[in-house]
Write a protein that binds this ligand. Structure first.
Ligand code: ATP
Ligand code: MG
Length: 446
């Protein structure tokens, strides 16, 4: 066999231990580790190679005097990112990060890295996000992204767990649809056999209908929005945690939402200690209930501070930053939005303001919108009127309006943008790093 490093099959070799399982109790034991070369130092007569697997790093140390000539030569040829297995002996080593290192006996390279990655694996700050996204699968090996996506998994699990415990059942609604549900962001048209159809902007109308059969439903799934502007908080394809519940109003679901956020944060604190330590921050201790500010009060405050904003305008993040005090930190709700700037299914509030404001809320984190929710209109005549006021073609919604002849219950719900929530929890400022393969106006691959 040649001394040149070459690619081999896995054959009968199997990993005996993950990096995190190798400690001093295994002293002098033979182990097989598998993973990727994350860094390498060659001092001539001695080589250090760090192998990374899904649970962390382990150091391999080879001395020329202790190693076969062939193995030492192979180790010298190895490049970062090569995937491999090493059979070796565990030895205590004070200076190694885990207190032990592996003295190699044999090496199998599975796939030899041919190029140096254009970014450093260990660095927290990095070069332009587009270069990273072009090689996303490799970028995702970086510690910082590992931490973000481990936290994301906890957030998903904790949300499911919480909602299931509250009696919700998980549903999946169609993503290919015939009509729009949300104003604002545009739809993506698609070919549907011989017709035009669209990718769903939200599960809104379906989840509302499902309250008739199941009362409390939730869906965790993609929403598609043709956002024309380039911002750090909009994706063309995002994941939304949507809920809808019968026989309640917006106050009930606001309370449900803040309890869900609390459960999510508690779970991340418990399950992602290492990730939080790596990201170098502690999650805030939040207290319930979250502060609630009415839209009208905030507009008055903004106007009082000299901002040129009128009642009925949307509250942009730029405007929010100019609020006269710093109460708008962390999580809080903005409630009772003008009916005119909320979608047609949002219920107007009839006392005391006679429909000008709606039973609606946004959950905010600082200037960032995390969720929108509301009580929904549950009577057909009222829904028709709201649609007409917003200039919608009511015929296109016949399939939906029909069910209102059969006892739609009073109901309320919300949609949380998963990536926005991850931004709030991990303090990243570009939403693209909360998505594995982000889609935006400029990017459709990888
Ligand atoms: P924004 O005003 O920030 O554009 P929106 O009010 O249009 O958001 P909603 O229709 O209220 O969004 O959607 C519910 C939630 O889904 C939002 O609060 C947000 O967290 C998330 N969301 C909406 N659009 C996007 C997007 N393009 N990218 C990522 N998340 C989004
Ligand atoms: Mg919204």
């Amino acid at each position: 066999m040649s001394d040149l490093l070459h690619e081999e099959e896995i054959g009968q070799w199997r990993r005996t231990h993950y990096s995190s399982e190798i400690n001093s109790s295994l002293e002098d034991r033979e182990v097989i580790i598998m993973g990727w070369v994350s860094s390498k130092r060659d001092h001539g007569n001695i080589q250090f190679i760090i192998i990374r697997d899904r649970y962390g790093d382990i150091q391999v140390m080879a001395k020329k005097s202790e190693c076969s000539k062939r193995l030492f030569g192979q180790l010298q040829q190895i490049k970062e990112h090569t995937s491999l297995a090493i059979r070796g002996t565990v030895r205590p080593q004070e200076k190694a990060p885990s207190g032990v290192e592996i003295i190699p006996l044999e090496l199998k390279a599975f796939s030899i890295a041919r190029k140096a990655a254009p970014f450093m694996m260990q660095s927290k700050t990095s070069i332009g996000i587009d270069t990273r996204l072009d090689l996303r699968a490799i970028d995702l090996r970086r510690n910082i992204l590992q931490s973000i996506f481990h936290i994301r998994y906890t957030v998903l699990n904790a949300s499911r767990e919480f909602l299931a415990r509250q009696g919700f059942i998980e549903v999946n609604t169609p993503k290919m649809i015939a009509t729009a549900t949300e104003g604002g962001a545009a739809l993506f048209p698609i070919f549907y056999y011989d017709r035009e159809a669209f990718l769903a902007q939200s599960p809104q109308l379906y989840k509302e209908q499902l309250t008739m059969a199941f009362e409390s439903v939730f869906e965790i799934g993609p929403i598609f929005r043709a956002e024309p502007s380039r911002t750090n908080r909009h994706l063309s394809e995002a994941i939304s945690i949507d809920i809808e519940k019968a026989f309640v109003d917006y106050n009930d679901v606001m309370s449900l939402l803040e309890r869900m956020i609390l459960h999510v944060l508690d779970s991340v604190k418990e399950k992602n200690k290492n990730d939080l330590a790596y990201l170098e921050f502690q999650l805030p201790n939040i207290e319930l209930p979250f502060a609630r500010y009415s839209y009208s009060d905030l507009i008055e405050q903004l106007q009082g501070g000299g901002e040129r904003i009128r009642w009925g305008d949307d509250l942009s993040p730029q405007a929010m930053k100019n609020l006269p005090d710093d109460r708008m930190n962390g999580f809080y709700f903005i409630t009772d939005w003008p009916t005119s700037i909320k979608p047609f299914y949002v219920k107007p509030k009839f006392v005391p303001e006679s429909g000008r404001v709606s039973e609606s809320f946004d959950l905010m984190y600082g200037p960032l919108e995390i969720s929108s929710g509301s009580t929904r209109v549950n009577r057909k005549d009222e829904l028709l009127e709201r649609m007409k006021k917003q200039g919608l073609n009511t015929q296109a919604f016949d399939y939906h309006l029909k069910v209102f002849d059969y006892g739609v219950p009073p109901h309320a719900g919300f949609g949380v943008g998963l990536e926005r929530l991850i931004m709030a929890i991990t303090k990243i400022d570009n939403i693209r790093d909360a998505s594995l393969y982000p889609r935006d106006i400029d990017r459709l691959s990888p």
